[in-house]
Design a binder for this molecule. Structure first.
Ligand SMILES: Nc1nc2c(c(=O)[nH]1)N[C@H]1C(S)=C(S)[C@@H](COP(=O)(O)OP(=O)(O)OC[C@H]3O[C@@H](n4cnc5c(=O)[nH]c(N)nc54)[C@H](O)[C@@H]3O)O[C@H]1N2
Ligand SMILES: Nc1nc2c(c(=O)[nH]1)N[C@H]1C(S)=C(S)[C@@H](COP(=O)(O)OP(=O)(O)OC[C@H]3O[C@@H](n4cnc5c(=O)[nH]c(N)nc54)[C@H](O)[C@@H]3O)O[C@H]1N2
Ligand code: SF4
Ligand SMILES: [Mo]
Length: 786
């Protein structure tokens, strides 16, 4: 074993202080000397670090960061250096499985696919393709999403398609659409190299994008370091480095932002010229935020007025600003409304489209940008507007199908609604790919009930047995990263290619091959009777995708597999005008809001009601950005006598989500072996709790048992990491989502994972077996083991 550092003990590595150009530092970890290196990009977060996969005798033996890549200049974090081990694990799914007499049994691909086709046809006959729903991922490749998008929209014609991106970055997309007319981040990571100020809003970047944080740490260690402002109720690794840390009560992001905007406007720290030339809505925004003087903000959010003033002064006077927004906003109350206030901040200060200033309505998953771009979530591919007939017609022409085949008569069905339709019985088949909802969705008891419904046919396409595959009727073994070729786009619009390095295990197949196979077996055709999916390989799919993006904001037409191979990633738009890609968009202050170009016509923040085409045309901003204010709406569930504490949930640096990969890396698993409940010193004293005491945490929806971890959080709030399900430990209920609430943001439809009312009790050493709580799971286990 050779490694350039122990990234478990030394998460961010040695400093390379700088301002201007981030120096190279190559991180590497190999178990054996590779006989070749294969170009790829890391898939364990949205940062998208360039990575080379080391291969020896057809096996993955290690990784190293790509020194030429603009994202990481060679660096990798703990997940990047260790996560690849999962590819080699012995318990990969290698054969399709079909449930027979209650038990999952091995089957051939032919049997499994024919069963899926038979079911699909039965359902279509009885109740049209509206009986079929897809719930996909932010972790497949662009070519796979596009294929899924085309077969779903133009083959089946179902509006019921979404991804776990709904749980992840639906709000990023919604906030960008509302302010700027379309999805797509304005800035570039290179803005961090010179910026004077960085704002992290509900984003624990130090743990969640470790390599991007290295860039910031290196700036902090170099000349003219930036000021850092963090808004998070916990004292995270990120908050520890803050110049000012605001710790609001969960669910109070809008009042905090309104308070900041109010102080900045009052102090006259605004760019009037920019506001006049490039935005609409300033007076309305000003009116709303003027109701939030610092003292009122303090009362509602708990953030001291003096601290708010300090932060507002920095944000109002800085000459450049990079902001990032993530789950502490997107999964909290008034998600879209709060996220949009960051766009407003940049717009009123004119800090957008210029070097050193950028907005990151952050992504989380490595390929979630592509789920959104390719139409594998509800949206139409190429950031097209479902409400704009011409946009739908463009797709109909491209795919050579009738316009009315493509669902566009109402908003696409969002994931929470897809699951609701499965619950109420109108969706009869749910095809789950690349996600583990039995751990990651809110209110797990409900999710389990839905998955177990007699009249719901569940397909789970994964690389491992998960808490979800247990409930499937068909399990399809997937080839994953490193075992297939494809592209994906990070949060900074940077597109990487990932070449196939090794063969998938057993009979596992790429998601691309599975989707194409399904489309052919279903006999999906275009208007001329030719097969709908006209590609066989990933590269052909990429070429087809390029055509779909022509003239749209996410224009890929100037890219090719050849161009993406060898060097660094490339930022879209990449076309004739920008052959090498584009670091900043909106440099001319012209946004994608024109009525014939925009991706959406907008929504009311409170009700989520969509603005109609006619309404939008009447106010057509023709390229100006929207400034949209929002007043405070309190969370729907707040602590009371019975459930006196706030629960919030999130992540740890060493694990990725439901740990199907990181839990199979011994080093990562040993570094964070179990869940816990984080509680303040004050509350620990109040309840007589010592470090490590087993606590039962109960909400109106369920309970978990977790050891106590004391400190680093505001009194009245507790935190549970959501990584720990039951696939590797059946001793006690511990998934945070046993407790969370089925509720979502009115605009983005992203669920609220970041607050729920809970109570805690000491268990006095008594542990509930998971199986005592979930009898149904136990029965299913027994069936499978029998
Ligand atoms: N190590 C690791 N990295 C990851 C992932 C992972 O699983 N593990 N997952 C990736 C993915 S898909 C995503 S989406 C990202 C998520 O990245 P983050 O959003 O940074 O992660 P979270 O821990 O979910 O939430 C961030 C913070 O929100 C705070 N918070 C909670 N409630 C509120 C609130 O009401 N207001 C504010 N302002 N803050 C609040 C929490 O205290 C937490 O520190 O990480 C990506 N990177
Ligand atoms: N309480 C709480 N819940 C949360 C969150 C939170 O902060 N708090 N965060 C939410 C967020 S932001 C996210 S992103 C979700 C994540 O939740 P999930 O999507 O459920 O998380 P993963 O464990 O990443 O699941 C991905 C699955 O895809 C499989 N997989 C990996 N690569 C491939 C591939 O190429 N093909 C196929 N077919 N399968 C593959 C993996 O083995 C794994 O089982 O959780 C959400 N849930
Ligand atoms: S920062 Fe994200 S993309 Fe980079 S190595 Fe870590 S997990 Fe992978
Ligand atoms: Mo996510």
């Amino acid at each position: 074993m050779q490694e350039t550092r122990n990234s478990i003990n030394n998460i961010w590595g040695e400093r390379t202080p700088y301002r201007g150009k981030w120096p190279v530092r190559v991180d590497q970890r190999v178990c054996e000397e590779p006989d070749k290196w294969v170009q790829s990009a890391c898939v364990l977060c949205s940062n998208g670090c360039g990575i080379d996969i080391g291969v020896k005798d057809g096996k993955m033996v290690g990784v190293r960061g790509r020194k030429e890549d603009v994202v990481n200049f060679g660096r990798l974090g703990p997940k990047g250096l260790h996560g690849w081990v999962a590819n080699n694990s012995k318990d990969r799914l290698t054969k399709p499985l079909i449930r027979k007499n209650g038990k999952l049994e091995e089957a051939s691909w032919d049997e499994a696919m024919e069963l899926i086709v038979k079911k699909s046809k039965e359902i279509i006959e009885k109740q049209t393709s509206l009986g079929i729903g897809f719930y996909t991922s932010g972790q497949l490749f662009l070519e796979e999403y596009y294929t899924l998008g085309v077969l779903g929209k133009a083959g089946l014609g179902t509006p019921h398609m979404d991804g776990n991106t709904r749980l992840c970055t639906a709000t990023a997309a919604a906030a960008l659409k509302i302010s700027f007319g379309s999805d797509g981040q304005p800035g570039s990571y290179s803005d961090l190299d010179t910026t004077d100020c960085i704002l992290h809003f509900g984003h624990n970047i130090a743990s969640q994008q470790t390599v991007l944080w290295m860039r910031i740490l290196d700036r902090l260690a170099g000349p003219n370091p930036p000021k850092i402002i963090v808004i998070d109720p916990r004292k995270t690794f990120t908050a520890e480095k803050a110049t000012v840390h605001l710790a609001p009560k969960p669910g109070t992001n809008v009042p905090v932002m309104n308070g900041l905007l109010n102080l900045i406007i009052e102090a006259g720290h605004i760019n009037k010229e920019y506001i006049n030339a490039h935005t609409v809505g300033f007076e309305d925004l000003k009116k709303i935020v003027s109701k939030w003087p610092p003292e009122r903000v303090e009362e509602v959010t708990g953030v001291p007025a003096s601290k708010l003033r300090e932060a507002a002064h920095i944000l109002g006077t800085t000459k450049s600003l990079v902001s990032s927004v993530l789950q502490g906003v997107y999964q909290s109350m008034q998600a879209t409304a709060a996220a949009v206030q960051i766009n407003n901040l940049h717009l009123i200060r004119g800090l957008i489209g210029i070097e050193g200033s950028g907005i990151y309505q952050m992504n989380g998953q490595p390929t979630s940008q592509n789920t959104r771009e390719c139409g594998a979530d509800g949206d139409l591919p190429g950031f097209r507007n479902w409400g704009n007939k011409e946009h739908v017609q463009q797709l109909a022409d491209l795919w050579n199908v009738e316009l009315d085949k493509i669902p566009h008569w109402s908003p696409p069905t969002h994931a929470m609604q897809i699951w609701r339709f499965a619950e109420t019985g109108s969706i009869k088949m749910l095809w789950i790919s690349g996600t583990n909802p039995a751990v990651s969705m809110p209110e797990l008891s409900r999710v389990r009930k839905i998955l177990q419904k007699e009249d719901l046919f569940v397909i789970a396409q994964d690389a491992f047995h998960t808490e979800t595959t247990r409930y499937a009727d068909v399990v399809l073994p997937a080839a994953i990263w490193g075992e297939k070729t494809g592209c994906y786009t990070n949060v900074g619009r940077t597109v990487h290619i990932s070449h196939k390095a090794i063969e998938p295990p057993g009979e596992a197949k790429s998601d691309l091959d599975i989707f194409i196979d399904y489309s052919r077996r279903m006999g999906f055709k275009d208007k001329d009777g030719t097969g709908l999916i006209k590609w066989n390989t990933a590269e052909e799919a990429f070429e087809a995708w390029k055509e779909c993006t022509r003239g749209r904001p996410c224009d890929y037409t100037g890219m090719s597999y050849a161009k993406l191979t060898g060097g660094a990633g490339i930022q879209w738009p990449c076309n004739e005008k920008y052959p090498d890609g584009t670091p900043h968009i909106y440099t001319d202050g012209v946004f994608n809001t024109a009525s014939d170009y925009c991706e959406a016509y907008g929504h009311d923040f409170d009700t989520g009601a969509a603005v109609t085409e006619e309404e939008y045309k009447a106010i057509d901003p023709k390229g100006k950005a929207f400034l949209k204010g929002a007043d405070y709406v309190p969370p729907h569930e707040v602590p009371d006598e019975e459930y006196p504490l706030w629960l919030t949930t999130g992540r740890l640096v060493y694990h990725f989500h439901t740990r199907t990969k990181t839990g199979r890396s011994k080093d990562l698993q040993d570094a964070a072996p179990d869940g816990y409940v984080q509680i303040s010193e004050q509350d620990a004293t109040k309840y007589g709790i010592a470090e490590g005491d087993m606590l039962e945490v109960t909400s109106r929806r369920g309970k978990v048992v977790e050891p106590a971890k004391i400190g680093g959080i505001e009194p009245g709030t507790v935190f549970i990491p959501f990584h720990y399900g039951s696939w590797d430990n059946d001793d006690r209920p511990r998934a945070a989502n046993e407790l969370t609430i089925t509720e979502w943001d009115a605009v983005s439809k992203q669920p609220h994972f970041k607050y729920a009312a809970v109570k805690i009790n000491k268990t006095n050493g008594f542990l509930h077996k998971v199986s005592d709580v979930f009898d149904t799971i136990k029965d299913k286990f027994k069936q499978e083991e029998a």
